[in-house]
Design a protein around this ligand. Sequence first.
Ligand code: SAM
Length: 492
Amino acid sequence: MSLPELEPFLSWFQRNGGTIDLDAIGFKCFPSTEGGRGAVALKNIEKERTLFTVPRSLILSIKTSSLPEKFGPKIWKECKLDTGWSGLILCMMWEDAQTLDSKWSHYLAILPTAFNTPMFWNDQDLKELEGTPVVEKLGKEDAERDYHDKVLLALQRRPDLFPPESIPNHYSLERYHVMGSRILSRSFDIEHAGTDDVTLEEELNNEGDRSIGSAMDVDDHNETAGAEDGSIQDGPLLEDEDENDAINVSMVPVADLLNARFGSENAKLFYEDKELKMITTKPISAGQQIWNTYNDLPNSELLRKYGHVDVLPLSGGGNGNPADVVEIRADLVLSTFLEQSGSAATSRSERIDWWLEQGGDDIFVLETNFEIPEAMISLTRLLYLSSDEWEKARDKEKPPKPRLDSQASGLISLVLQKRIAHYPSTMKEDEEMFENEARMPLNKYQALIVRLGEKRILNSTLQRLQIAKSDSSQKRKSAPPGPNVSKKKAKR
Ligand SMILES: C[S@@+](CC[C@H](N)C(=O)[O-])C[C@H]1O[C@@H](n2cnc3c(N)ncnc32)[C@H](O)[C@@H]1O
């Protein structure tokens, strides 16, 4: 079973050294909530079965595209195409402009040309995401700056490679965003093996900082590229773009046709010297979707990178994404403390500098276990230490223990309330909207799902904190007299 639109592509793939077990894997359109176009098991497949292999020569990256060689490493670097994604984006635009002369023309022809990610939303739809981290992580302005500063410069330097008449169709800002979104939602991070043809790579790697700092690269989560088992995960591995070389960011034909859903992975990409292999990680029954993993991201990240959200039954009731999180900036803890205590910012700046020097977090992450992160408690207690206690902590180089005393839980409750107030609507209003508006536009629905997931975490965490607070004050009230009191009593 395959889709007619994929046939020329799959023939190209096999003619060029790719292998695919078309008795075991087919392609079909699943409902949009399950990813749309994706891979399906055509028969029962056992675990550890290779579904397809992709020779490294079919990967599209700045190492394999012939554009960087044509440029020469010197101009490539002068145009700063060796950092971030702009080099690969330019390669993809150039390959696309070569039409059938490009090795990847059949591949590029099956890639999406329109995206549903917030990068392409209008202001009204973006307003629906207020309070979530999505908008500030979009990086649209950074992308546009890269386009103007790097890509336009490269186009001007080599009019022989980029004829002026080809610019509106192939090298526009709009095409730049489309190629960037293809990378964001479909690329893999792959260490390049083999050293036959490393001139450019050597050239590029001889320079200092080569971290990827492009527009889509605003978050700083810590996934690593290529797990110990040699497996490669889809786009999410690019989250650690700061650590990843631009040269490793790769488009992998066929492998990027697999969808993903929280906890559903049953196949994974593994690398070897000469090829990549998609191998099943679980038995798959005939008719089931073959799912890769995007690293089980929260809905805010799924929406930003891929343009969809995961909605599954939650263990505590209701539906949502078990991987949802809420980020709380340490700044908010500090400003709430200063406001509450009436202290001046300068009174705590030394402690904050020290906290950061010690490697303390500047963002705390609440999860669906509704627990307060220990680092958040420790920072809160650091702010409350008396001068003597603070000096002792500093001398011993030990931040306070994460004990949720009444001061810490009082301040953290306020912080959570303030974080909740970042959203223009309440959770109750969102729940009513969810129940009453049967046919909502897709962007509005997805933004609502992201907000609701975050608000559930915030409200449940706050509730738990308040219950714990009232339990402990209840205990204090009803506790038998402490040892000192009873001693005194005994003396009387
Ligand atoms: C790596 S591609 C997967 C193949 C893609 N469906 C296609 O037609 O080429 C990633 C894109 O697939 C879609 N997708 C993947 N998993 C999904 C899911 N669980 N729900 C909805 N869409 C999904 C999203 O549009 C995402 O940007």
